[in-house]
Design a protein around this ligand. Structure first.
Ligand SMILES: Cc1cc2nc3c(=O)[nH]c(=O)nc-3n(C[C@H](O)[C@H](O)[C@H](O)COP(=O)(O)OP(=O)(O)OC[C@H]3O[C@@H](n4cnc5c(N)ncnc54)[C@H](O)[C@@H]3O)c2cc1C
Length: 417
């Protein structure tokens, strides 16, 4: 007998909502289970311009344009001595709408995407929590859902897409998750009202500011309603070991160690307690199995620098949905069929990982790299825009490795079986 649904999606963040909308639009019967009532806070406010292509495919661009988010057109770096680079204006490199984007309030952004999925016919259970994924042998066959007021029930589907974010339900259950040993970072972050904003079209610039000790760095970006998001990132060894257990204290010590940020938030009102996240750089050794696919952070996350998280979540949400649609058409729900996009997806992610490694490498300096490889400037900015799936980046990565060797890493074992 045919199940009442084709696809179950765990999580209503950008990866889950995208996968749901794409699969439903293709005619599949989709149920999405989201644990939290929306709107809810989530970190990850700065988008990469190349998110545009998924927004366009979803048909959600107009809703986002109307949402009053801050327009982001550039990135600027500050050295540990407080010297700014020239801003990198994305539209200068490609004057198309896909070269600029937004600094978003994630509570509003995620709600727009989830409502859009509902508009495509997705059944949304919210708040409801997936407690477990059921297997019949090696094949995922559905989930156990806990809905407040209704108790627990089994939902069955041909494909389960795990988009549960850093909870990474399936990757943890199947022990697929490996922390990146080269990115053992931690982050403390908060928001202010009334802090300094750049004038005019520069308002949405993302600042990446090295602290004076240079082991840690701040992001600083403008949000709607005169708010800014400020966070510090650095190795666990310098932000956690031997430091206060009180997040506010560590955050303030880091601000004291960074004149650029201290001046920008002087006199502003802190409107959120300092939050802490760690162990966020990891990847799964598989992207799919029989009857299941991972998307977004549930598969892996690199690092906050360059703001690639939501972009990758959107892209992998699309690819996971395409895989589910193809599987439902062909009747082949094997790991090989559902994970056929894995190599291409991971190649883009790995290109971004090399850029992240370069950012943290002591011997790598982007300004010197560009001076000695001026022909790579375009490719470099394209990578910051997020064109990894549209423009070849092999030449850039080879030139970066030749300029200064980057740390090694265990290539992912995308063992599809
Ligand atoms: C410090 C820091 C800063 C960052 N800054 C940026 C940035 O500036 N720009 C950027 O693009 N990215 C940033 N990121 C990354 C970004 O937050 C994530 O990559 C992005 O949110 C991933 O989207 P997702 O849909 O995969 O997961 P999420 O957005 O985490 O969504 C997962 C959803 O699943 C739900 N869920 C979890 N478990 C269950 C369950 N069992 N049942 C039902 N629902 C469940 C959760 O409630 C959640 O709504 C940052 C990350 C960190 C750690």
């Amino acid at each position: 007998m045919r199940e009442p649904r084709d696809v179950i999606i765990i999580g209503g963040g950008p990866a889950g909502s995208t996968a749901a909308a794409v699969a439903a639009r293709a005619g599949l019967r989709v149920t999405l289970v989201e644990k939290k009532a929306f709107p809810r806070y989530q970190i990850g406010e700065s988008l990469m311009p190349a998110c545009y292509w998924t927004f366009e495919r979803l048909g959600v661009l107009d809703k986002l344009r109307r949402a009053n988010f801050v327009s982001k057109q550039s990135v600027q770096f500050y050295s540990k001595t407080g010297v700014p680079s020239e801003p990198y204006y994305f539209p200068d490199f490609d004057p198309h709408e896909s070269s600029w984007t937004w600094q978003v309030e994630r509570s509003a952004f995620d709600q727009i995407l989830l409502e859009h999925a509902a508009g495509e016919g997705v059944e949304i259970l919210q708040p409801a929590t997936v407690r477990d994924v059921h297997f019949d042998g090696t094949r995922a066959v559905g989930v156990l859902v806990d809905e407040p007021g209704s108790g627990t029930r089994d939902l069955r589907a041909a494909v389960t897409i795990d988009a549960s974010g850093q909870r990474a339900l399936l990757a943890r259950k199947l022990r697929l998750r490996t922390l990146d040993p080269n990115l053992m970072n931690c982050s403390y972050f908060t928001q202010y009202r009334g802090a300094l904003r750049e004038p005019g079209g520069d308002e949405g610039v993302t600042l990446l500011v090295a602290t004076q000790r240079a082991e840690t760095w701040f992001w600083y970006l403008a949000l709607p309603e005169n708010r800014v998001s400020v966070g510090v990132v650095g190795p666990l060894a310098s932000l956690v070991r031997g430091r206060s257990k009180i997040p506010q204290t560590v955050f303030e010590e880091e601000v004291d160690n960074c004149t650029v940020i201290r001046r920008r938030i002087a006199g502003a009102e802190q409107i959120m307690p300092v939050r802490v996240l760690r162990d966020f750089s990891y990847c799964s050794t598989r992207i799919a199995g029989d009857g299941w696919v991972l998307a977004g952070d549930a598969f892996g996350f690199l690092d906050p620098v360059y703001s690639s998280g939501v972009f990758l979540a959107l892209r992998s949400g699309e690819l996971a949905a395409d895989a589910a649609v193809a599987a439902c058409d062909s009747g082949d729900f094997s790991a090989t069929a559902l994970g056929s996009h894995g190599r291409e997806y991971v190649a883009g992610m790995e290109a971004l990982r090399r850029m992240v490694y370069a950012f943290y490498a002591e011997d790598f300096n982007f300004a010197r790299f560009v001076r000695s490889n001026p022909e790579q400037t375009n490719a470099l900015v394209h990578l910051l825009i997020g064109t990894v799936y549209r423009v070849p980046v092999d030449g850039l990565i080879a030139a970066m490795e030749a300029f200064s060797p980057l740390p090694s890493y265990e290539p992912l074992r995308l063992n599809e079986r």
